[in-house]
Design a protein around this ligand. Structure first.
Ligand code: AHM
Ligand code: MG
Length: 334
């Protein structure tokens, strides 16, 4: 037998870590893996859309072409709707949450929030994009799921993860017991454990800010952006700027190499750009589980009490010492 641990085997092996586990979470995580492989197949054809038919038109087989983010959204909704474990979902693509009324899913004990295809500006230019998901236990007791099921703090997450569609496709997830990464072997269509027990370095030399917004940053962040460019041997400065504009890919790289990612409040978006429920909380859970820090600048991301589905929050996350350095500047200069 080859020394390969597949995602399915791994999830099953871990089931015993949860007392009274019924296998529901195991099935749910497996469903997410399958949906992500279907999305991956479409993402890999993205550049062919002009040949096969543009979004909103029919391709040469007479099938409707959907925009990739809508396609990904539908794949996940169907996976959850017919999976049986999830009673309701909320996603970036839908204004309101969606409570399933079919058997057996309407009795599912979980709700899921997700961003089906994040970094959408990168789809058309063949640059990495990602999927982000977050799983909670429903808190309402009967009938269809309620808004309160979704407005739970990030600290209540049962599991979270992301898929990055890069040169290879990787699924990274946590259930609160460390972070593990799986790479899709496209030849056999199986995710294989490639990055066991991922740990974010405490230090790094990469900073991931959209510095085009510099003029609208707070004084403290401007000072930090100036500081990273100074020459200083002892701290390895100047640091390198790395910014893909796909949150998943930026944080994935920083998780492996060490770095700090920031999407702060700007003049145009006083709460930042990124959404708490399906972008910041799941990525914060992963980052913290890997030993990093995720904060708004004033508060731990996962301690925020959400007030609405599509709420935005400023975010600074990454290597512990790098985030703390940013906070030194924001605390000193505001
Ligand atoms: P999207 O949900 O519309 O794709 O936007 C989210 C993305 C993040 O992946 C990324 O971190 C950010 O937007 C980049 O924004 P900007 O182009 O303003 O730097
Ligand atoms: Mg998004």
């Amino acid at each position: 037998m080859m020394n390969i641990k597949t995602l399915n085997e791994f999830i099953l092996d871990k089931q015993h870590e949860f007392p009274y586990a019924s296998g529901d979470l195991t099935r749910l995580l497996n469903d997410i893996g399958i949906a992500s492989k279907i999305i991956n197949r479409e993402v890999r054809k993205a550049g062919l859309v002009n040949i096969l038919g543009a979004a909103g038109t029919e391709n040469i087989q007479g099938e409707d072409q959907q925009k990739l983010d809508v396609y990904a959204d539908n794949q996940f909704i169907n996976a959850f709707k017919y999976g049986g474990q999830v009673c309701a979902i909320a996603s970036e693509e839908n204004d309101d949450f969606l409570a399933f009324d079919n058997e057996p899913s309407k009795h599912g004990k979980y709700v899921v929030t997700f961003d089906p295809l994040d970094g959408s500006s990168n789809i058309d230019v063949n640059v990495s994009i990602g999927t982000i998901f977050s799983i909670y236990r429903r808190v309402s007791t009967d009938g269809p799921a309620q808004l309160e099921d979704f407005l739970q703090k990030g600290s209540e997450q049962i599991a979270a993860g992301y898929v990055v569609y890069g040169p290879s496709t990787m699924l990274v997830y946590t259930t609160g017991k460390g972070v593990n990464g799986f790479t899709l072997d496209p030849s056999i269509g199986v995710y294989c454990l490639s990055h066991p027990n991922m740990k974010m370095p405490d230090d790094g030399r990469l900073y991931s800010f959209n510095e085009g917004n510099y003029n609208t940053y707070s004084k403290g962040l401007q000072k930090y952006c100036d500081w990273v460019k100074e020459e200083d041997k002892s701290t390895g400065r100047p640091y390198s700027c790395r910014y893909i504009a796909s949150m998943v890919a930026d944080i994935h790289r920083n998780l492996i190499k060490g770095g700090v990612f920031c999407y702060p409040a700007t003049a145009g978006s006083p709460n930042g750009k990124l959404r708490l429920l399906y972008e910041c909380n799941p990525m914060a859970f992963i980052v913290e589980q890997a030993g990093g820090v995720a904060t708004t600048g004033n508060q731990r991301i996962m301690d925020i009490q959400p007030t609405s589905l599509h709420q935005r929050v400023p975010v600074i996350m990454g290597s512990k010492n790098m985030v703390n350095k940013v906070l030194e500047f924001t605390q000193q200069y505001g």
